[in-house]
Design a protein around this ligand. Structure first.
Ligand SMILES: [Zn+2]
Length: 513
């Protein structure tokens, strides 16, 4: 890790965690005696190894799929994908019985909230006055106005690192961290350092904090860019948070800075949070900002047809957090609207306060939600009386999503929506070697009859056996490498204890359910 281009070194305020990062966290752990070791110095320039004999699903139509094939990795990159690759002297990863595919991409995750995992398992976005257990605690009051205000830089660091390692372990090799915790430049530096120390590809989403005196959003983006992101050719890159609901004075500045720096702009768009009017202004051309292909909008629930058409025509991208939108009352995930307009989403996990952040939950939720709606649409075209009980879908009925569709959303589309489509998202020679080996011999999967089908409909994080980022093996045969998880967990628990105490929220393992 010390050789990584954007590993900028230790920070005094991160003493404890940084010591872990420098030694225990990132040094390779000894493999167990029964397991072969991972390829030595994987990811280093000139190092070559072959992932041999797996069922390869490249997600690149030009490369194709293979019942059995080899993937040659050289340094950080994929050098070849073919039924048989001869590479004398190269190390070999035995992938027989494994599915080899691109690592997953999550285009919206609030990593700083890891300490509040499952705190809002019932929680809605806002208090709806019902007095129900879903109304209180809720996200707006207890997370954004509560816990978020008492984060220290070291809390940001260990929360983002632990949540990031968890996703890496689940096969998510790229994330957009929608980081909304920039109370000070020290908070920002801690958030970036955590992404770098996680050792996976990430876009650091520089969003606002609570706006206290000393906060420097959005202007600090220039310093952050200079200090942490001198090159675009890094494992961690910069995305600007450009929330419209912060008001015209702020969003015109954040969008202008983003375009000055040449970085993409991400923003939430949630009708039920009261954001529809400002999006209508954008669509009407009266908001003072111009939407373009560098915009990523998150959720897009409850938005007007005019806004949708404006965004589609501008080439803007949309990230859908299917499970969270359904559970927390953002509104119905607008997948049918996107199909109607010929758009495709990427997938996002959003918050672990309320739902797991693994890619299998995201893909399955998308399938389940869309097919529930479309299947009922089709049934409603009949009358449940034979032969009208099983109607042929009328013209114009939306197509059912397939496992291939949601796999594309979770890989190719995610990479493209973060501006990383040339670097990751498919197993294409020349791209960075971000890939996962999924165990198709496992009890919950065998026998293997369909590669895309098994991944989407059967697998879970226990099947993610090996994870490789930029050629570097980060998880090997079921075990995350170079992470002192016991120590990090204790640091996270200490952070959690501080956050609950400082926010005045009693810790109670059964109260918030
Ligand atoms: Zn969000």
């Amino acid at each position: 890790m010390t050789s990584r281009k954007n590993h900028v070194g230790r920070r005094a305020f991160l003493k404890t965690s940084a010591a872990v990062a420098g030694t225990g966290l990132l040094a390779a752990s000894p493999a167990s005696a029964a397991e072969p070791p991972p390829p030595k110095d994987s990811g280093r320039r000139g190092r070559r190894y072959v992932v041999r004999g797996g069922a390869v699903m490249s997600m690149d139509p030009a490369v194709g799929d293979f019942e059995t094939a080899d993937v040659l990795v050289e340094g950080e990159r994929i050098a070849a994908v073919a039924p048989r690759v001869d590479a004398p002297g190269a190390d070999v990863i035995d992938a027989r019985g494994r599915i080899v595919m691109p690592g997953f991409v999550d285009t919206h995750h609030h990593l700083f909230e890891t300490a509040e995992r499952a705190f809002l398992a019932n929680g809605l976005l806002l208090d709806d006055g019902s007095g129900s257990p879903s109304a209180r605690p809720n996200y707006g009051e207890h997370i954004l106005q509560g816990f978020a205000r008492v984060y220290r830089p070291q809390d940001v660091y260990v929360n983002a690192l632990f949540g990031g390692l968890s996703q890496l372990d689940a096969g998510v090799t790229t994330v957009l961290d929608v980081s909304q915790i920039h109370h000070s430049p020290e908070h920002s530096d801690a958030a970036v350092q955590a992404l770098i120390d996680t050792g996976r590809r990430a876009a650091f989403g520089y969003f606002e904090g609570d706006g206290r005196p000393g906060a420097r959003y959005p202007e600090d983006a220039r310093r952050i860019r200079e200090r942490w992101f001198p090159s675009d050719d890094q494992l961690v890159t910069l995305v600007m948070g450009g929330e419209l609901h912060l008001g015209r004075e702020t969003y015109t500045r954040s969008w202008a800075i983003a375009r000055e720096l040449g970085v993409r702009i991400a923003a939430h768009s949630v009708g039920s949070w009261g954001m529809r009017p400002v999006f209508d202004e954008i669509a009407a051309g009266t908001a003072g900002v111009r939407v373009g292909p560098d915009n990523l909008f998150i959720h897009m629930t409850g938005m007007s047809d005019r806004t949708w058409k404006t965004f589609r025509d501008a080439g803007a991208q949309v990230s859908l957090a299917f499970p969270i939108e359904m559970v927390m009352r953002h509104g119905t995930p607008p997948i049918l609207k996107m199909q109607e307009l010929g758009m495709e989403p990427s997938l996002s996990s959003d918050v672990e306060t309320t739902m797991a952040a693994d890619p299998f939950t995201l893909m399955r939720s998308a399938m389940i939600m869309q097919r529930m709606v479309v299947n009922q649409l089709v049934l409603d075209q009949g009358d449940l009386v034979p032969p009208g009980n099983w109607p042929t879908p009328a013209e114009g009925t939306p197509e059912l999503l397939t496992v291939r569709d949601v796999l594309r959303y979770a890989t190719v589309n995610g990479a493209a929506h973060l501006g990383l489509g040339a670097r990751t998202g498919t197993l294409t020679p020349g791209k960075q070697a971000d890939l996962v080996l999924l165990d198709a011999t496992a009890l919950n999967v065998a026998p293997l009859n369909s590669v895309p089908g098994a991944v989407v409909s059967l697998m879970d994080r226990t099947n993610v056996e090996t994870v490789i980022v930029a050629g570097r093996v980060r998880k090997w045969r079921g075990r995350l490498l170079g992470a002192d998880l016991g120590r990090l967990r204790r640091e996270l628990e200490a952070s959690r204890d501080h956050l609950f105490r400082a926010a005045g929220v009693p810790q109670d393992l059964f109260a918030y359910s």
